[in-house]
Design a protein around this ligand. Structure first.
Ligand code: S3P
Length: 437
């Protein structure tokens, strides 16, 4: 029986205080499983995110014949089967809620000598997949989607892929990574040129596991037919999870939080730029390196925020952080304008609609556009909002409630466990008013 509570009742707590350990990075955890599974030899992953999304990816590779041990929480020992060692699974492979899981794994499975089917939950089953099946088809893959280009994906096995020189139509690390992973198995060279640079974890991890790959912001090139060597992988704390506490402490008077050793890959930290433009007080201390990624403690103190126009070139670097940004904007002085963020409409939910409707339900004025919104700040009233099963929408409104004049019922919160298991306990420990309904 699943006893997971489905709603939260969130209300103002106390100023946020303390030192928080944020769970491991979701993007890095997915890739760590995939690439160590394809490597020759045994890899140890530390700091693995024990979230539903990343566990779904591990379960899929186990079903493809990879032995994965869990000696303790947040650690995996992966016995790689080599680039040619995956075996057909005995039925559909369930990616759960994870777009990253489905899109990257499709790149690997498109190049196997056996057929596979990838399925997902209700949210993932509505998300666009032509963005990956189109380039994979150019490489010679054969993948059927459902009408409208959505999952399940039926992938017919082939070992005859050819490299391509591809420019994705939208800035997307998932598209880039999918094509590069298929390129590992393809004849010749695969090149991805990006309209705007996106997170480069796939490139970095391939290089760390011995693949000869050339990459720079917005560009990646590799030759097919290379083998990966096992290596130990350390996963930094997830900036996207830290983001909720950066915003929460910024808007709750008297707050001061230290978020320990958070990953600061520049393709992820656009929210830091935006919050600092708004006047946030966030400093970086104890800077270091964790598994090849820059990390630092982020120390955030309450500061009055002002509205901004979010710079267009920062948008891709904060693409997962708009739910949190909307709450910061709602609590600032003066309007905040978001443009160039149409990708938010095809995330785990339509995040522009979910945030705009949610904030309106709490008494705020939001002018929604096709690719953004203008958020007019104001007092946050009591109300009920629907998170549409989207983890980041749920956490964003838990934060909004800390500035509310009553309480907010946040509906459909079970998917918080996809990216941030234990968010509610950590938040309560820091001072949030947050109860299971
Ligand atoms: C991710 C890339 C981004 C991001 C997602 C994780 C990744 O998606 O929104 O949460 O790990 O590559 P897009 O590639 O669709 O922008």
């Amino acid at each position: 029986m699943n006893n997971t509570p489905q709603d939260w009742i969130a209300s103002p707590g106390t100023p946020l205080r303390g030192t928080l350990e944020i769970p491991g990075d979701k993007s890095v955890s997915h890739r760590a499983i995939m690439l160590s599974a394809l490597a020759d030899g045994t890899s140890q992953i530390d700091g693995f995110l024990e979230g539903e999304d990343t566990r779904a990816t591990a379960a899929i590779f186990a079903r493809l014949g990879v032995r994965i041990e869990t000696p303790s929480a947040s650690r995996r020992i992966v016995h790689g089967v080599g680039i040619d060692g995956l075996k057909a699974a005995d039925g559909p492979l369930d990616c759960g809620n994870a777009g990253t899981g489905m899109r990257l794994i499709a790149g690997v499975l498109a190049a196997q000598p056996f057929d596979s089917t990838l399925v997902g939950d209700a949210s993932l089953s509505k998300r666009p997949m032509r963005r990956i099946t189109d380039p994979l088809a150019l490489m010679g893959a054969r993948i059927d989607t459902q009408e409208g280009g959505v999952p399940p994906l039926h992938i017919r096995g082939t070992t005859a892929l050819s490299g391509i020189d591809f420019t994705p139509p939208v800035a997307s690390a998932q598209i880039k990574s999918c094509v590069l992973l298929a390129g590992l198995f393809a004849q010749g060279e695969t090149i991805v040129r990006e309209p705007h640079p996106t997170r480069d974890y796939t490139e970095r991890m391939l290089a760390a596991l011995g693949v000869d790959i050339e990459f720079s912001p917005g560009f990646a090139r590799l030759r097919g037919g290379q083998r990966l060597k096992a290596g130990d992988i350390t996963v930094p704390a997830d900036f996207s999870s830290a983001a909720f506490f950066l915003v929460a402490a910024s808007i709750i008077p008297g707050s001061e939080l230290r978020l320990r050793q958070v990953g600061l890959n520049p393709r992820r930290t656009g929210l830091l730029t935006a919050l600092r433009l708004m006047g946030a007080d966030i400093t970086e201390e104890n800077a270091g390196e964790h598994g090849g990624e820059s990390v630092a403690d982020l120390v955030v103190r309450y500061a009055p925020l002002k509205g901004i126009e979010v710079p267009l070139d920062v948008v891709p670097d904060m693409i997962d952080e708009f739910p949190a940004l909307f709450i910061a904007a709602a609590c600032a002085q003066g309007p905040t304008v978001v443009r160039g963020a149409a990708e938010l409409r095809v995330k785990e939910s339509d995040r522009l609609a979910a945030m705009s409707n949610g904030l309106r339900a709490l008494g705020l004025q939001i002018d929604e556009t096709e690719d953004g919104a203008t958020i007019h700040p104001g007092p946050v009233q009591s109300g009920s909002i629907d998170s549409h099963g989207d983890h980041r929408i749920a956490m964003a409104f838990a934060i909004a409630a800390q500035r509310c004049n009553g309480q907010i019922r946040v509906g459909d919160i079970a998917n918080v466990a996809t990216s941030f298991p234990g968010f509610d306990m950590l938040a309560r420990g820091a001072g949030f008013g947050l109860e299971n309904a």
